[in-house]
Design a protein around this ligand. Structure first.
Ligand SMILES: Cc1ncc(COP(=O)(O)O)c(C=O)c1O
Length: 388
C-alpha cells in the first residue's frame, strides 16, 4: 500500500495524552458503569432563548445566506466595542481594532502564522491551553515555557527570561482567568508585562475567554487593555463561548493593537470566509442582552464551586478556591502521578478528571475538575472519589 507520511509539523505534535483515558473510559463504560465527566470545559447549561430566537430570525434573511466578510459584520464588531467599553472601560475602533473569529481557538491558532518566523521564540506560560505551543510549532517557532506554580500564585516570573531571550521573543502568551489553574492576574502583573513587552518589542497575546466567569462582583477579572499603553503591544482574544454557553456556535473576537488585528485578518482572509452572519446577529443579541443570563450562570457555578471546594477539603485534597473560571486545580494525592491518579479514579469510580500534565509539564502533580455537571451529579462524583 502506498504510504502518505504526515508532515513533520504533525509528527512533532505532542503525544495525545488523553488517548489512554479515552481507552479506559471505553473499558469502564463497557462494564456498565455510570460515567460522570468532570473532564471537559464545556458548559452544560443551555444558550439563553433570546439568542436562539435571534439566530432563528436571522437565519431566514436571504442576505445572510451568502459568504460573510471574514472580518465580521461591522455591526457585530461595533457590539464587541460597546461591550468592551461597558465592561472594561476600553475604547476600541470597530473598523480597525476588532476582528470576529470562528471561536477564539481559531484566532489563537492562526495568530502566530501572521507574526512568527521559523526559529523565533514564543513564550508560553504553562500549564497552558494546548493551542499556544501547537500553533507556535506549526510556524516553526521555538517555545519557551514559563512555569506557573502554586508558589508564584500562577503568575510567570518575567524576570527569569534572559535579555537574550526577550530579544528573540516574538510573542508571549498569557491567559487569565487561567485554564487550567483558575488563577486571576492582578493589575500590577499586567502593568509589568506591558512595560516589559514595550521595552523588548514583544507581542502580548492575552487570552481572556473566562473573564465573565467570576464569583465576586467586587473582584471582576480585568482586560489587559485596561492598562495604559497596552494597545501598543497587545491583542486580546475573547469569546462568547463560556460567557453565554455558546461553545457550539463558534463565535469569538480578537481586539486591540490595529497592526496585530490586521495581521490576523490577513491570515483569515486567506483561510476562512468568516462566521455565518445569522450567528453574528445572534452574537450581537448575546453581547447586548446577555448580562442578566451571565449573572444567573455565575450563581449556578458559585453554588457548584462552594460545594465542590468543601467536599475536596473534607477528603484532604488541596485546591485553592477559584475566584474565576469553572475549573478546580487540585493537588494529586501523594504517591501518584497525575495520569496514574486520573486513571485509577476513572477505573474505580467512573469519574473523568483531566490530568494536569495534559496542560504541559508544569501541570504534573495536579488534576483539573471542570464544574460542568449539575450539583447533584458533581456531589455524587466527589463522594465516589472520597470512598476511594
Ligand atoms: C483558555 C482558553 N482559551 C480559548 C478557548 C477556546 O474557546 P472558543 O474557541 O470556544 O472561543 C478555550 C476553550 O476551552 C480555553 O480554555
Amino acid at each position: 500500500m502506498i504510504q502518505f507520511p504526515m508532515a513533520d509539523r504533525v509528527a512533532a505534535l505532542p503525544p495525545y495524552l488523553f488517548a489512554e483515558i479515552d481507552r479506559v473510559k471505553a473499558e469502564v463504560r463497557a462494564r456498565g458503569v455510570d460515567i460522570i465527566s468532570l473532564g471537559i470545559g464545556d458548559p452544560d447549561l443551555p444558550t439563553p432563548d433570546c439568542i436562539i430566537d435571534a439566530l432563528c430570525a436571522a437565519a431566514r434573511k436571504p442576505e445572510n445566506h451568502q459568504y460573510p466578510d471574514y472580518v465580521g459584520l461591522l455591526t457585530f464588531r461595533a457590539a464587541v466595542a460597546d461591550w468592551y467599553k461597558a465592561r472594561f472601560g476600553v475604547t476600541l475602533d470597530p473598523a480597525t481594532e476588532v476582528v470576529s473569529l470562528i471561536g477564539s481557538k481559531e484566532g489563537i491558532a492562526h495568530f502566530p502564522l501572521a507574526f512568527v518566523n521559523p526559529g523565533d521564540l514564543v513564550i508560553v506560560c504553562s500549564p497552558n491551553y494546548p493551542v499556544y505551543p501547537v500553533a507556535t510549532g506549526f510556524c516553526g517557532g521555538e517555545v519557551k515555557i514559563l512555569p506557573l506554580t502554586d508558589e508564584n500564585d500562577y503568575l510567570p516570573d518575567l524576570d527569569s527570561v534572559t535579555d537574550a531571550e526577550w530579544a528573540r521573543a516574538k510573542i508571549i502568551f498569557v491567559n487569565y482567568p487561567n485554564n487550567p489553574t483558575s488563577a486571576v492576574a492582578p493589575r500590577a502583573f499586567y502593568e509589568k508585562l506591558v512595560a516589559k513587552a514595550k521595552e523588548t518589542n514583544t507581542i502580548v497575546v492575552s487570552d481572556a475567554a473566562y473573564t465573565e466567569m467570576y464569583y465576586d462582583p467586587a473582584e471582576k477579572p480585568m482586560s489587559i487593555l485596561e492598562v495604559e499603553g497596552a494597545k501598543d503591544v497587545a491583542i486580546e482574544f475573547h469569546s462568547l463561548s463560556k460567557t453565554y454557553n455558546m461553545t457550539g456556535w463558534r463565535i469569538g473576537m480578537a481586539v486591540g493593537n490595529a497592526q496585530l488585528v490586521k495581521g490576523l485578518g490577513k491570515i483569515k482572509e486567506n483561510v476562512d470566509s468568516g462566521i455565518f452572519q445569522a450567528v453574528q446577529e445572534a452574537g450581537i443579541v448575546a453581547l447586548n442582552q446577555g448580562e442578566p443570563f451571565a449573572e444567573q450562570f455565575r450563581g449556578i457555578y458559585k453554588d457548584r464551586r462552594d460545594k465542590a471546594v468543601a467536599a475536596l477539603a473534607k477528603m484532604g485534597i488541596a485546591c485553592r478556591t477559584p475566584k474565576a473560571s469553572f475549573y478546580l486545580w487540585c493537588k494529586t494525592p501523594a504517591g501518584h502521578t497525575s495520569a496514574a491518579f486520573v486513571t485509577k479514579v476513572l477505573q474505580e469510580t467512573g469519574v473523568v478528571l483531566t490530568p494536569g500534565n495534559g496542560f504541559g509539564a508544569p501541570g504534573e502533580g495536579y488534576f483539573r475538575i471542570a464544574m460542568t455537571v449539575p450539583v447533584a451529579r458533581m456531589e455524587e462524583a466527589l463522594s465516589r472519589i472520597a470512598k476511594l
